[in-house]
Design a protein around this ligand. Structure first.
Ligand code: ATP
Length: 232
């Protein structure tokens, strides 16, 4: 998708793969994107916003994925800051937003989504079995899990959330993100390299940063690129 973006592909270009051989998460981590088992999709955007606001698009995408998958699920999905969607406490989807920008102007944004749809527990690599899940394992009775329909539904849900964010600001999207968050109000551990710091997750800022309270009572803001969260 980066090659397409750099070659001038238009705003709204979508690439969907059946299999992804080099799926990535944050901080260079690998993302398992097995053939036939999920929706591996990237959306190219060229928003007229300041580069500092781009990470909020990750939050908008998480809201859209939740809206799309909720009707087929027996339990409500939740968003783990900044970019994971959990079902029954396990990760079913990850979202990664990358951008290319010059000083004040965004050239392109790529929102990558990996959504596990058809994995059976044994299909996951060994190390993921205790923390990953797939929509197929949580379907409401009678639901049909069709990847084409679901991919379209994610995009249909994303469009108004994204347009509202770009035109009117982040308030409405953030309110829904907070309502769907499973992070806010929880005790978490901030993991940065070898360092682990206990904290209370208080709020999320307009640009997607997480506001936490440390044990000494002070508050700190953390960015998605620097920290992983573990629940205590
Ligand atoms: P963590 O879940 O360890 O907190 P993170 O949110 O900090 O990870 P991400 O970039 O969101 O990091 O995701 C990468 C991590 O997600 C990988 O290190 C791996 O543990 C896990 N993972 C990889 N592929 C999948 C998948 N298909 N489904 C669920 N989880 C996956």
């Amino acid at each position: 998708m980066k090659a397409l973006a750099n070659a001038g592909a238009p705003h709204g270009t979508v690439v969907i793969a059946n299999e992804q051989t080099k799926g990535r998460g944050r901080l260079g981590r690998e993302w398992a994107s097995t053939a036939d088992k999920g929706i591996w999709m990237s959306v190219l955007l060229r928003p007229d916003i300041h580069p500092s606001r781009v990470q909020s698009i990750t939050l908008a995408a998480a809201v859209a994925v939740c809206r799309a998958i909720e009707p087929v699920l027996a339990e409500k999905p939740g968003i783990k800051w900044p970019n994971d969607i959990l079902v029954a406490g396990r990760k079913a989807c990850g979202i990664l937003t990358e951008l290319s920008a010059e000083v004040e102007k965004v050239a392109w944004v790529i929102v990558g989504m990996g959504l596990n749809t058809h994995f059976k527990p044994d299909d996951f690599p060994e190390e993921l079995r205790s923390k990953a899940t797939s929509l197929s394992q949580h379907l409401v009775r009678g639901a049909v899990l069709d990847r084409t329909w679901l991919a379209a539904e994610i995009l249909n849900q994303f469009e108004p959330v994204y347009e509202g964010f770009v035109r009117n600001g982040p308030e409405a999207m953030l309110a829904e993100w907070k309502e769907r968050s499973v992070t806010l109000g929880k005790r978490v551990e901030l993991i940065h390299g070898q360092e682990t710091v206990p904290a209370l997750a208080l709020d999320v800022g307009e640009d997607g940063r997480l506001v936490v309270q440390l044990e000494d009572g002070s508050t700190r803001e953390v960015f998605s690129g620097e920290i992983s969260l573990r629940y205590e």
